[in-house]
Design a protein around this ligand. Structure first.
Ligand code: ADP
Ligand code: TYD
Length: 210
């Protein structure tokens, strides 16, 4: 398993409640058991500055936040996290597993908020220092299932409603088609262990056998 020595950047994506955090934890545990040096991050957030930006973005009462400001803040949080954490971590040989990254902006702000995706792609290029994940798992669930799994206290974006989640999912599906060599679609409607097994199968094929 010599390929484990080269650090990789892996991201998890999907609509609210798709099960990303659960699956990130399971994958990271497995990697640690194999002796891989790995850190987990989640967006928006992950640095002192990015966490302050997260507070503005998710606070339930900031209804006046415009969709363009939202896009700029999401990508500002990403720029700080990329420069301060992701790039130095990968450079020293440690793997990075991310609960959301640039595709979230394309799906949520492009799909959900209906901002032109070309603009968001440019913003992402700038914010990520043109860093592209080695592999992305898009955990696909139906928006109704996401609502069923939702916590009682919703944040500002979760309050946007089911049609917003539907548009977001559609954009994710388009991205999965466009970037099919990077984005793997995983059926998120199955049970937690089956999903983990499916993710591991794809992961082994692509990350361990090259
Ligand atoms: P996300 O990080 O994508 O918002 P979580 O992993 O936090 O999702 O999962 C949201 C909720 O759904 C949690 O209560 C979790 O236990 C539950 N959950 C996760 N995966 C599944 C699954 N495959 N089937 C049913 N419930 C799930
Ligand atoms: P969070 O509580 O981290 O939710 P989740 O567990 O679903 O990841 O909240 C993050 C919210 O921010 C989530 O609704 C998705 C949204 N978001 C965007 O709209 N654009 C982005 O670029 C990112 C990173 C997140």
């Amino acid at each position: 398993m010599s390929t484990l020595n080269k650090s990789k950047f892996i991201t998890f994506e999907g609509i609210d409640g798709c099960g990303k955090s659960t699956q990130v934890k399971m994958l990271v545990e497995k990697l640690k058991q194999l002796g891989v040096d790995v850190i987990t991050i989640r967006e928006p957030g992950g640095t002192r500055i990015s966490e302050s930006i997260r507070d503005i973005l998710l606070y339930r009462d900031t209804h006046e936040l415009s969709e363009r400001t939202e896009s700029l803040l999401m990508t500002a949080s990403r720029a700080q996290l990329t420069k301060e954490v992701i790039l130095p971590t990968l450079k020293k040989g440690t793997w990075v597993i991310a609960d959301r990254y640039a595709d979230s902006t394309l799906a949520y702000q492009g799909g959900g908020r209906e901002i032109k995706v070309d603009w968001l792609e440019k913003l992402n290029q700038f914010a990520t220092y043109e860093t592209v994940p080695d592999l992305t798992f898009f955990i696909d669930i139906l928006p109704d299932e996401g609502v069923r799994r939702q916590k009682t206290k919703q944040d500002r974006i979760e309050q946007a409603g089911i049609d917003f989640q539907k548009r977001t999912r559609e954009l994710y599906l388009k991205l999965a088609e466009k970037y099919s060599n990077r984005i793997i679609v995983i059926n998120g409607q199955e049970d937690i262990d089956t999903i983990h097994k499916n993710i591991w199968k794809e992961f082994e094929q692509r990350m361990l056998e090259k």
